[in-house]
Design a protein around this ligand. Structure first.
Ligand code: SF4
Length: 682
């Protein structure tokens, strides 16, 4: 039929961790359409505005498609051989001068599983360092660590389909209708059908407006609220004692530790009503199964990991684990956040998110080389080390460090300490522009084969629709070529993505049963899937917790954030994303979405706008103790007075100039969600 694409290629959406499948329509060798997959188990015939329209970035005019080396301060296009030689020399030099600890590698949660696996293998085998991390560090690292501490595994316990099985939904720090729209729509549908919904969020998000109880807490006070919920469940005799006795340990000390957190005390700390805390606790504890879904509003705080542990405690107290419609489920931000850490892009863990000590033995026969036992540095640790001169060179794939790390001034100072920065990306990132020494142009997600792992542990195929633009190459080709130049080519001879996946299956037993052939036949499969006859696992912990052990209640201390409102900085800034754009808008900003909503701006309560003399659309300068930025005001009562909200999609605005140096005490994840600021009309 006239106007129909010539052919369709089925792949997985490159944006959020929902992992919707989509069909890309190609006309005359260009992507001209993206349509939903009717029988997809994840998206069930739907796509959000990002999946539907955000596919043009790969042909943007400013895409970098030739390798480049910086000479005398200016970028020069060079051949691949020259660029790869320059990168290899720089990395080798850093190892010679400062030892293997003098180099680091940062991976991308937007790259495929196969690419992430090769990235950490490259760091460990070709460079000899565990200094490898991924951008999960700045979002969901606390989910993996917190759930690991309590439940023994860091992945989402349940499936998105459980949203329809839950008798109650608890949504915490997650603006799902904008950031995971297909998941958010399912939650909203259930709420409208009468399923109780409790939302914990400082903002009146779309889901909060539908909620049975909305706890609009003060930013930075998650932990007191979660502890008070636990205390109400125990005090009112709502705990599932049979579950606790048979499946957990550490309750007694935990109960004692909760004594301080009466609903009244938590209410005062959080700025909510004590009676609402009780109502929320009763709803969660008495509607079984109850499903908890959380987002970055939990993790991006100095108590991020503690907050995740506290949510896991609520599930343990009420027996909401190991059954459909329940569990604790992080809504992963980027398409492959689950996969990047799971593949081993983590300084203390190897593939399968297994601690170094336990997994080294599995890797030895496959990799054919022993690895150092001492762990490496996190992304934040690597940046700190660069600032101190201990880290000399960094290889960064698909990760705009300067733009995305909090406290940009310190990030820039640290990056300045590097002797070499090799960037593998689609565009001239702000990091590359300011500090890059070699630029290796990468293939886009539409130009390569592989797999992504969505937020419910489902491995799904990424299929090539286009040839790589210009001279760009897949990360697999780039990493293998670099390894050859470093004299470590032997373990990096992979003819295609499938051969990489097959090696992953050898070192990580939980995905042994997932083959490309099965993914073609059956669609996505959820791990654990230990053999090829296994259907995959929709619900974790149905048989117990890892190692035959028990889940553990942990004792949590509350240390309030240093970011408190003062006379000079009386507002508390929150940051996040919006429906039309994704993170720094590197991709969405170069698509039709860029025109649909070019700038999302600064949400400001009408009372604040009036006090500043600002009307909708006028520029406001936001200044913290760390720096400042300017955005256009969007006056709305979605936010509370005194608590503006900024999206970080605008590169010129560069919101992280104002966010602070606070970090989660367990994982180092930055405190993006609360910064004391002053506002003025620009
Ligand atoms: Fe893509 Fe997420 Fe939207 Fe689905 S919900 S289409 S995965 S951005």
């Amino acid at each position: 039929r006239h106007g129909q694409p010539d052919r369709w290629v089925r792949t997985t959406c490159p944006y959020c961790g929902t992992g919707c499948e989509l069909d890309l329509g190609l006309t005359d060798g260009r992507i001209t359409e993206s349509r939903p997959v009717l029988d997809s188990v994840v998206s069930r015939g739907h796509l959000c505005v990002k999946g539907r329209y955000a596919f043009g970035f790969q042909e943007a005019e400013d895409r970098v498609t030739r390798p480049m080396v910086r000479r005398n301060g200016a970028w020069e296009e060079v051949s691949w051989d020259e660029a790869l030689d320059a990168a290899a020399v720089a990395l080798r030099q850093a190892v010679m001068n400062a030892g293997p600890g003098g180099v680091g590698v940062l991976a991308s949660s937007r790259a495929t599983n196969e690419e992430n696996y090769l990235t950490q293998k490259f760091a460990r085998l070709a460079l000899g360092t565990h200094n490898v991390d991924c951008c999960a560090r700045v979002c969901h690292a606390p989910s993996a660590t917190g759930l690991g501490q309590v439940l023994g595994t860091g992945a989402a316990t349940n499936s998105f389909a459980d949203i329809e099985r839950a008798a109650m939904l608890l949504v915490v720090g997650a603006n799902a209708t904008e950031n995971h729209p297909i998941v958010g729509a399912r939650i909203r549908q259930r709420a409208r059908a009468g399923v109780p919904l409790v939302v914990i969020d400082p903002r009146r998000t779309e889901l909060a407006a539908e909620a049975t109880v909305h706890l609009a807490l003060r930013p930075g006070t998650n932990l007191p609220l979660f502890q008070a919920l636990a205390r109400v469940i125990l005090d009112e005799g709502l705990a599932d004692l049979a579950f606790i006795q048979s499946r957990t340990e550490g309750l007694e000390a935990f109960v004692t530790s909760l004594q301080a957190w009466t609903p009244e005390r938590a209410a005062a700390a959080c700025g909510v009503a004590a009676e609402d805390i009780r109502r929320a606790a009763r709803l969660y504890a008495t509607s079984k199964p109850a499903m908890c879904l959380h987002g970055l509003g939990v993790t991006e705080h100095i108590q991020g990991t503690d907050g995740v542990m506290a949510l896991a405690h609520l599930a343990l107290l009420t027996g909401n684990l190991g059954l459909p419609g329940a569990g604790v489920n992080p809504l992963r931000g980027q398409n492959n956040v689950q996969g990047s850490a799971q593949m081993g892009c983590e300084p203390t863990r190897l593939t399968g998110y297994r601690p170094l000590a336990r997994a080294l033995a599995d890797h030895l026969p496959v990799w054919g080389a022993a690895l150092p036992e001492a762990p490496g540095l996190t992304a934040m640790g690597m940046l700190d080390a660069a600032g101190e001169g201990r880290l000399r060179a960094l290889l960064v794939l698909g990760y705009d460090v300067l733009l995305s790390h909090a406290d940009a001034r310190t990030t820039a100072e640290n990056l300045h300490g590097l002797e070499a920065l090799v960037v593998v990306d689609l565009f001239m990132t702000e990091t590359a522009r300011a500090f890059g020494t070699v630029f290796l142009p990468a293939a886009s997600p539409f130009e390569k084969e592989g797999t992504f792992m969505n937020g419910e542990r489902r491995v799904q195929r990424v299929r090539q629709a286009l040839p790589p633009k210009g001279d760009s190459r897949s990360d697999r080709e780039i990493l293998c070529a670099l390894a050859e130049r470093l004299g470590a080519g032997g373990p990096f001879r992979f003819p295609d993505a499938e051969s990489v996946w097959n090696e992953i299956r050898q070192v990580w037993p939980d995905v042994q049963g997932i083959t490309y052939a099965r993914l073609e036949r059956e669609g996505g499969i959820q791990w654990p899937c230990p053999d090829e006859s296994h259907p995959g696992t929709a619900v974790l912990h149905a048989e117990g917790f890892p190692g035959g052990g028990r889940a553990a209640f942990r004792l949590l201390d509350y240390t309030p954030s240093a970011q408190v409102a003062t006379d000079t900085h009386p507002w508390l800034l929150n940051t996040g994303r919006s429906l039309f754009h994704f993170n720094a808008a590197t991709m969405t900003g170069r698509t039709r979405n860029g025109h649909l909503r070019p700038d999302n701006g600064l949400e400001l309560h009408p009372a604040d706008a009036a006090s500043l003399g600002v009307v909708d659309g006028e520029a406001v300068t936001v200044t913290s103790r760390h720096g400042s930025f300017t955005l256009l005001a969007h006056v709305t009562d979605r936010v509370r007075p005194g608590e503006p909200f900024a999206t970080f999609h605008s590169v010129p605005a560069f919101v992280n100039q104002a966010t602070g140096p606070g970090r989660d005490r367990h994982t180092g994840t930055p405190e993006y969600k609360v910064t004391a600021v002053a506002l003025r009309k620009a």
